[in-house]
Design a protein around this ligand. Structure first.
Ligand SMILES: *[C@@H]1O[C@H](CO)[C@@H](O)[C@H](O)[C@H]1NC(C)=O
Ligand SMILES: *[C@@H]1O[C@H](CO)[C@@H](O)[C@H](O)[C@H]1NC(C)=O
Length: 406
């Protein structure tokens, strides 16, 4: 693995930013002309593992397509003429701050095109700015890449490495193979396409009898950027190696669940834990439909790869995935059901991304709720979603139930 000069530049740059934050500290140290080990900066982590709250809920904020550029100097696209003059990337930042303040999510999932490469002079700086509000709030978060993130000064591997090193980030560049006989032992899965394929587990509420069980699984996949297939240009897609890793991890999780079931016959919760999946580019079936019912707006051509690698088939065969959260098409914000799995667009969040003037930027919230037994919690009983508009009131709309335990 060889890091390019631009990455090193960006890394140095990020150190400079960190250094300037700690300027006073560094001044004192340099005056003493001594190396102080306290000056070594360690990545900040949220309390881990991720857990349901004591009230039995776990709330995720999905942020799709921030398209962050250089901040204040990066203008908004597709806003009303009257809005144009006072609109920049800072509006994207404020929208994220307001969503965090109002919804108080437990976790934030960024589904790609986090930065808009061609408008980002320095990828590292744009990433710091784009993810700034979550980091400032100390919230656990994770990101996958879209097709525009790598158009600046870092390639996809460099971006994911960098993102995984940012404060409170639970993102990973490569998945880890979990050794269930020894959960502390993780090793890297060999040979997998893409950067940013990984899974996260959400455990039971603290102090509850489910405190040591995972009740919800989150799968993150890299859907690539662009490709040329048989001389035709198309978007990226999720490859066989990624799907086989996904099948493997899902199977492992479900087998482990089976063990718990065997050993805890008294517990009512026992069936497979639901899972949610996050990636950027829609799958071809979303374009083909037909959807029985959709909730939300379908007003844009679905821009996906013409290669169908069997993502839907794989997800259906796994059995645990109840909903998939995507981005890429900013003016689609609907959820549609395909073969029993909901596919939900986040809807464009960022002001530098294309949109429709007068159609406010938006964000999606996902809420998982545990069922309550006579004395204690059961597993996940219900998964809901809704959206909010950046319309000044953060209007809530399109609330729907994605899954309920039968
Ligand atoms: C962008 O933010 C400014 C400053 O808060 C605000 O006045 C303006 O209305 C915002 N524009 C949009 C389109 O939300
Ligand atoms: C969870 O694991 C911890 C540490 O091994 C243990 O102290 C605790 O009793 C366990 N709790 C439950 C509910 O099994």
């Amino acid at each position: 693995m060889e890091f390019s000069a631009t990455w090193i530049h960006s890394l140095l740059y990020s150190f400079l930013i960190i250094a300037s934050v700690h300027l006073l500290h560094i001044l004192i140290i340099s005056q003493k002309l001594s190396i102080n080990h306290q000056n070594v900066r360690v990545k900040k982590l949220p309390p881990l593992p991720l857990r349901f709250n004591s009230d039995g809920t776990f709330k995720i904020l999905q942020v799709a397509d921030m398209h962050f550029g250089n901040g204040m100097v990066t203008r908004c696209r597709d806003v009303l003429d009257s809005e144009f003059e006072y609109c920049s990337d800072l509006n994207t930042t404020r929208f994220l701050e307001k969503m965090i303040e109002l919804e108080k999510p437990d976790f934030v999932a960024f589904t790609g095109d986090n930065i808009f490469g061609t408008s980002a002079t320095d990828a590292a700086e744009s990433l710091f700015r784009a993810f700034g509000p979550v980091i400032k709030a100390g919230l656990p978060w994770a990101a996958v890449l879209g097709n525009h993130d790598q158009e600046s000064t870092m390639n996809r591997e460099e971006l994911m490495s960098f993102i995984s090193l940012m404060d409170y980030s639970l993102s990973q560049t490569f998945p880890t193979a979990e050794d269930l006989s020894n959960p502390a032992k993780h090793s890297r899965v060999p040979k997998i396409d893409g950067f940013g394929n990984y899974n996260l587990r959400v455990w039971g509420p603290p102090g509850s009898h489910l405190a040591n069980s995972t009740l919800l699984n989150l799968y993150f996949l890299d859907s690539g950027d662009r490709a040329v297939v048989d001389g035709r240009r198309t978007y990226g897609w999720i490859k066989d190696s990624q799907l086989s890793w996904l099948r493997g991890i899902s199977k492992e999780i479900q087998e482990q669940k089976q063990d718990i079931k065997e050993s805890a016959k008294t517990s009512k919760f026992s069936t497979v834990s639901p899972a949610l999946t996050f990636f950027h580019i829609p799958i071809p079936e979303i374009k083909q439909g037909p959807f029985k019912d959709i909730v939300g707006k379908y007003q844009e051509y679905v821009a996906c790869s013409f290669v169908n690698s069997g993502v839907l088939k794989t997800l259906v065969s796994m059995g645990d995935v109840k909903a998939v959260f995507i981005g890429h098409d900013h003016t689609n914000d609907f959820c549609g059901n395909l073969d029993g799995i909901w596919f939900c667009y986040g809807g464009g969040f960022g002001y530098h991304g294309y949109g429709v003037a007068g159609w406010p930027r938006r964000a999606r919230v996902i809420l998982a709720e545990l069922g309550k037994g006579e004395k204690s919690w059961n597993g996940v009983e219900k998964i809901k979603t809704w959206k909010r508009l950046d319309d000044g009131m953060l209007s809530k709309f399109d609330e729907q139930i994605l899954w309920e335990r039968q």
